[in-house]
Design a protein around this ligand. Sequence first.
Ligand code: FAD
Ligand code: NAP
Ligand code: SF4
Length: 686
Amino acid sequence: MSQYPHLFQPLDLGFTQLKNRIMMGSMHVGLEDRPWHFGEMAEYFAERARGGVGLMVTGGFSPNRRGDLLPFGSKLISGWQVPFHRKVTDAVHAAAPDSKILLQILHAGRYGYTPLNVAPSAIQAPINPFKPKELSARDIEKTIDDYVRCAKLAKRARYDGVEIMGSEGYFICQMINLRTNQRDDEWGGSYENRIRFPLEVVRRIRAAVGEDFILMFRLSMLDLVDGGSDSAEVLQLAKALEEAGVTLINTGIGWHEARVPTIVTSVPRAAFADVTAQVKAAVNIPVIASNRINMPDTAEAIVSQGKADMVSMARPLLADPDWANKAQAGRADEINTCIACNQACLDHTFENKRASCLVNPRAGHETKLLYTPTSKPKKVAVVGAGPAGLACATVAAQRGHKVTLFEARSEIGGQFNYASKIPGKEEFRETIRYFLKMIEVHNIDLRLNTMIDGQRLKQEGFDEVIIASGVAPRVPDMPGVDHPKVVTYQDVLDKGMALGEKVAVMGAGGIGFDMCEYLTHEGESITLNTSAWMDEWGVDGSNQNRGGLKPMEIEKSPRKVYLLQRKGNGFGKTLNKTTGWVHRAVVKMKGVETIGGVSYDKVDDEGLHITITKGKGADAVTEQRVLDVDHVVLCAGQVSVNKLHQQLEQDMGKTFKLHLVGGAEFAGELDAKRAIKLASELAASL
Ligand code: FAD
Ligand code: NAP
Ligand code: SF4
């Protein structure tokens, strides 16, 4: 019997059946907008169908031009597009006849990043520079027709159904909510009038496509914006959607303009499953839970406890297309877990680039980055078991090379070990667990506690040597840098060094911000305690308060922290697009004092002496300050650890082919996304 019996029980929808309770939720991956990318999109979905998922949803397609998310964005509005979509649906059904795929219909409304966007009322979104035009009543009728046309085209394209996007603050949310709908016609005013639009869309689609077509509605169960719906309204709408002909209800949490994070790594796993459970208790159709579900234990618990009938995981299926097969076969420890970093998926989408995955660079590139078995197995040495070395060793061994992985320390993971000690980044440990398992599965010869030098590599007769020795903290040239008050982020995170009550963090990049999280939290990470996390971020999970919001209860920082940078302003500007705002919010919530325009004069027993420059040129004003701190933590960037490479090049001649990868190659702006991608590409080419 499966270790996850509830997850792998089929779900009967009456006219059809889903083979399990696992859905890959909708993600815009950047292949949807141009017809010539549909071949690649077909393989992207087919790979996941082969991986055992029961149901998948495409990225959003607008039902008309005014609903575009971006200029010339993805839409399904005409018969000529049908053959392109059939490439996708046929590939999925050929790969796994019992796997199903739905097209998502998404009208962006005022979130459309185009000057042509439209909305129920002409109220601009706080996250969009383009003010929408108000739709007339006639336009609204026409928009419903467009939804129906889109669903009919989806049926012709052999999709198994459609998902109507009614959450995350898009057009349907804007119709439902007073915050965005201030109309005084039959589409505005009372709640009944405001939910008329989604109900009409569902009724008319159902009438047009017949009974044997899956109609899923993504319902905003917790808006997380001021004046959002409350629980009574959400349940009223859920029941009305059931009556109108919906087959399945999927969960949506939070509008894009919400001040509460809903999917980043610091959100507890399954944080919102209890919100879904309220809807499940109110309706008789299956309900799907979503957000921060990434491993089978969590998914099984949600279904077995009756909180939902299915689970939706979007990013976890980017990270590992074989997620479902591995879980079903009792090999959950082989799952390449999504760490919810957003770095290669959502960040890319928001930067208008193709989505991929930090831990799986093949995602979105299934037809190009191939790990084909080698016909000429080689003896490969990888030096350093950080993310770069681990990815390189795993891919090379998976392809059939004989790999030896040398690591100077007693554990694998490199800098990811430090990352995983930051409160809210516990998920990073999963990547280390995954690679440890891959070392076993692919018979990699792991040699811990082995600091490599050139002589040793020569003796063992390797064909290829990959130096992945990574990075070390940069120690700036400053008087007093060797004072006992001065420590590196590595000293703190690796050795668990106790720090005083007043600490200055030098450098406000990703690691500086992470260090602030570390220094301003005490005790159990709130990411591991959903109710504490809800209290801190002011989330009312019962949704009795409108929008599911309540006052934030912020735990006081155990120490005074200063965050310093040499740049004059723009704290946290280099942080990632979709997660940086959360880090900036935490630093503010915890009372960290940020000081820009700093030059570091010296450190002595008094503390850190700095000069602060405000303004530029002739208007510049300087001020000298002594920060009376117990410790100064260096987070001032990193330098490569590649002395070995130079030594090998000088000493060894050409007895083997030498490669540099990850931080060892180039430390500037290095992150794990680049380290893993370049290492995987190198291993694919050996
Ligand atoms: P490293 O991780 O430095 O690994 C190199 C390995 O080589 C080490 O294990 C080292 O012991 C070993 N080694 C060195 N010399 C030798 C030798 N001669 N013989 C044998 N072994 C040797 N990145 C992100 O993308 N997202 C994040 O959110 C993120 N958060 C971070 C948070 C913190 C606190 C820190 C410190 C880093 C974070 N990073 C993050 C950065 C990320 O961890 C690094 O970019 C990544 O680890 C670099 O990988 P690497 O394999 O090149 O080097
Ligand atoms: P970083 O982002 O480059 O930041 C380094 C900081 O140190 C900057 O704020 C810089 O600002 C300062 N600095 C640089 N040289 C200095 C010097 N000589 N003296 C004093 N200050 C100096 O690097 P990082 O914080 O070390 O992070 C390393 C990599 O890990 C980054 O590329 C990042 O992407 C990744 N990472 C990502 C995350 C994430 O959440 N995605 C988290 C952590 C790390 P000034 O020059 O203005 O002083
Ligand atoms: Fe998950 Fe990060 Fe990969 Fe996105 S990039 S799928 S968040 S691991």
